[in-house]
Design a protein around this ligand. Sequence first.
Ligand code: PLP
Length: 434
Amino acid sequence: MEKKTSTFRFPPFLSVLECSGCGATLPPERIHTYCPDCHSPILARYDLDAARQRLDRDSFRFRRNGMWRWYELLPVVDPEQIVSLGEGDCPLLRLVRVSRKLGLPYLFVKDESANPTGSFKARGLSAAVSKARELGIRKVIIPTAGNAGGAMAAYAARADMEALIYFPKDTPHANIAESRMAGARIVLVDGLISDAAGVAGETARRDGWFDLSTFKEPYRVEGKKIMGYELAEAFQWELPDVIIYPTGGGTGLVGMWKAFLEMESLGWLKQPKKPRMVAVQAEGCAPVVKAFEAGATFCDYWVNAHTLASGLRVPKSFADQLILKDIRESGGTALAVSDESITKAQHELCEMEGIFSAPEGAATLAALEELVRRKWVGPDERVVLFNTGSGLKYLDPPGDSAEDSNQVSSGPVTRENPFRRLTEPVKKFFSFNR
Ligand SMILES: *Cc1c(COP(=O)(O)O)cnc(C)c1O
């Protein structure tokens, strides 16, 4: 066997940035957020013809483990700029007892809880913070339902960047604690991630922070897409039949579908058949499911979003159009599960398989049980569930939200001067590290 090596053979094949809405192209050497004309997410495009001639798909497994072994298909040009904590190459586990119970012999979990900071958000933030550093950015900001903030804080610390994070105040406490320890400045918002996004966006524009919100910059999705490459490699370039993914902002779903199309252009897939992508949401916040069922192109804002799975508490994704397009193109579907069934599935995964999953990850098992009942999934199909995070990050005792523990009390989000209203009490209760 060849010696494992971390040397990269070619510069990445990144060629251009492309607006997913109007198709406008932009140069990747500059800093971009989203399309200045039509306000859609921007995606990175690679010279796949050149890559096809020069890259050997079977050589990647001989490299040192982790997301960055796919360097040529990622956006960072100078390897010295990569900010890594060992993200990626999380285990693909075959389920045993749950598999027998459901009568699905080819059932797997991609266990992303093994990532740094305990969730797959590490992948996207490693890519985005690395590229931001390469472009000379020094201050990063994010509104987050939890895990993205923790991940951004960790990578920003390692990159010696300033970090400012807006959490809804009912965010699981572990996210806030890890971010604070990593030196990030923290603001708790009385509202949902969409409210946090509003305030963070204003602060970003006013004070020159670079906004790493989901799909408001082009590179988080590039980190997430590597899950698709890892799956293809693990299944020996014959993609599984069904992927079940807990969908909030949709980065992973859109990223994996992008990866499958890239691999098709690279000529890496043994057969053209690609997985049916299933978006799972919670009954208390299911904008994608509603739009999918209505045949709509965009999602409506989901009023009164509530679910224990904080990563799924996203009333409207900035990439809703892409999510819906990719689900349909794949022949997939979208369905909502109750919090009750999520909790039941979480126990089942842990009791029967030893996997202490995040509620978002458990939601995929709850959805699979429903899809089996509907006979949407057949017994001979290869099915992959995504456990996107660790259950260890959700151990707040009931009622022990940041608000109750009296660390901060912020007023409701208002249009007038939201930043001042939110930061005054925060200044009082938090000692900022920077
Ligand atoms: C953010 C998050 C999700 C949703 O991921 P998207 O790619 O934004 O749809 C799912 N699970 C966990 C644990 C998360 O942190």
